[in-house]
Design a binder for this molecule. Structure first.
Ligand code: TRP
Ligand code: ZN
Length: 457
């Protein structure tokens, strides 16, 4: 067997066919290649799975973590990086052997005892602890990442806040499945993505919650939201398992959150195609973020009673953003434009204002309105979540709908979500599919709506 393998490798590396590559090891790049966010994510490997063991004590804000990353090398690696901000790394191993590491700024650089061959699978274990420090974005959203609260933590990491609580390839271009084992003081609940894989177990005054997200997920959608919560679990009328959780301060919202999340998920399944994940739901925490995030399977609402519109938005993201994820942040309108247009579709569905009425109202804004000077097809790194990405992005979809007609438009939405389910997409992918299904040249339409710094006609 060994001889046979050796023979194969000699043949494969024969200098006549290809240059001998087996000694070509290099340091993995400190960024995944998103020009607008040069140090986000990392090069040289692809993650397939994260195992997160997190022990969090709200009273001291102390986190102890053991993160296991399963990856495969996309090049021969002498060293590679993970993204991690703050926290103290105690120990790193690769395939069970102790590795050396340095942690500077947001980059944890790991040098394994032996280099890793291209295409080899490897497992990295990182033991770390400390007090997570949330990230700050001055332009749009304020604080994000792992945010300590009075009774736990509010965890919403878009765009690159996962590094505030676990080491990862923190960029949506590298999606992976996740397991969580979150240990908190007894009486406190830990909510993560996916489904519970057994009853929470309590020993010595601590409870461990095991959650598992079996579908690929972008790192920013991972959550480990901790606190006092009231839960309601069951299924939507259409049979999708549903988990709703609210801070006791929002006790009166629990039934509505549960019922509406299920009902809206069911409706979107008829419009966008089958729900991509194994459960749906939502979480309302008492941390006044003032925003919501489409955490996979469990959108998180920060300190307010969510209305149907925002639930429709966050649940539409389960298709647009979560199942289909962007490859680079400048295409963010593929998430936010679609989720905002979904609000308009929900309004129309509810017999309130139609999408066309909403479109016309926005289109009537004066030429000097800031959404006209910001082209939504190129989200700016310093101002990613600009209103244009949401509202003008939604208008682009409505302009498309009018140009190709309802039957083709709604077929396009379903084809789009089916073709790229669990994958990554770019604006070009969407333009190409739109043109293919409609048989029309739509370049002028997309150019005017997505890329020009003035109001389209
Ligand atoms: N994607 C969110 C939405 O539109 C908004 C958002 C962006 C956000 N970054 C965030 C929310 C960070 C919480 C934390 O619904
Ligand atoms: Zn959104």
């Amino acid at each position: 067997m060994a001889l046979f393998a050796a023979l194969i490798s000699v043949l494969a590396c024969s200098p006549v066919s290809e240059p001998h590559q087996s000694n070509a090891y290099q340091a993995g790049a400190p960024g995944i290649g998103d020009a607008d966010f040069p140090t986000d994510g990392n090069g040289g490997y692809d993650v397939s799975h994260y195992g997160l063991a997190i022990d969090y004590t709200p009273a001291t804000k102390h986190l102890q973590g053991v993160t296991t990353v399963q990856a495969s090398a996309t090049e021969g690696l002498s060293s590679f990086n993970l993204d991690l901000a703050g926290l103290r790394v105690r120990e790193v191993s690769v395939d069970g052997s102790s590795a050396t590491f340095t942690h500077k700024g947001n980059e944890l650089t790991v040098t394994p005892a032996a280099p890793i061959d291209k295409q080899d699978r490897f497992t990295v274990k990182v033991v770390y602890d400390g007090t997570p420090q949330p990230a700050k974005d001055s332009a749009n959203l304020g604080t994000y990442g792992f945010i300590p609260t009075a009774d736990g933590a509010f965890v919403a990491s878009e765009p690159n806040g996962s590094k505030t609580w676990f080491p990862s390839n923190d960029h949506p271009a590298d999606k992976a499945t996740f397991d969580f084992a979150i240990t908190v003081p007894a009486g406190v609940t830990a909510l993560a993505n996916g489904e519970l894989t057994g009853r929470p177990t309590t020993t010595d005054g601590k409870t461990t919650f095991n959650w598992s997200e079996r579908h690929p997920m972008a790192t920013y959608l991972a959550t480990a939201t901790v606190g006092k919560f009231q839960l309601r679990q069951g299924a939507s009328p259409g049979g999708i398992p549903t988990v709703a959780a609210v801070d006791p301060k929002f006790a009166s919202v629990l039934d509505k959150l549960y019922t509406e999340s299920g009902r809206i998920t069911d409706y979107w399944s008829t419009v966008f195609g089958p729900y991509p994940f194994s459960s749906t739901g939502g979480v309302v925490d008492d941390y006044s973020a003032g925003y919501a995030l489409e955490n996979q399977t469990k959108p998180l609402y920060g300190g307010f009673d969510p209305d149907e519109m925002i639930m429709a938005h966050e649940l539409a993201h389960q298709w647009f953003g979560d199942s289909l994820s962007i490859k680079r942040w400048k295409d963010l309108w593929l998430n936010e434009g679609f989720a905002t247009y979904s609000e308009w579709l929900w309004s129309e569905h509810m017999g309130k204002r139609t999408a066309d009425e909403i479109f016309k109202t926005v289109h009537a804004r004066p030429a000097g309105d800031p959404i006209w000077s910001y082209p939504p097809g190129q989200a700016k790194p310093g101002d990613l979540f600009n209103e244009s990405v949401y509202t003008r992005g939604a208008m682009a979809l409505h302009a498309l709908r009018k140009a190709i007609g309802d039957p083709t438009f709604f077929k396009l939405l379903k084809t789009w979500t089916a073709r790229h389910r669990y994958g990554n997409v770019t604006t070009k992918d969407f333009v190409d599919l739109s043109e293919q299904l409609s048989g029309k040249n739509l370049d002028p339409l997309f150019d005017a709506w997505l890329f020009q710094p003035h109001r389209p006609a």
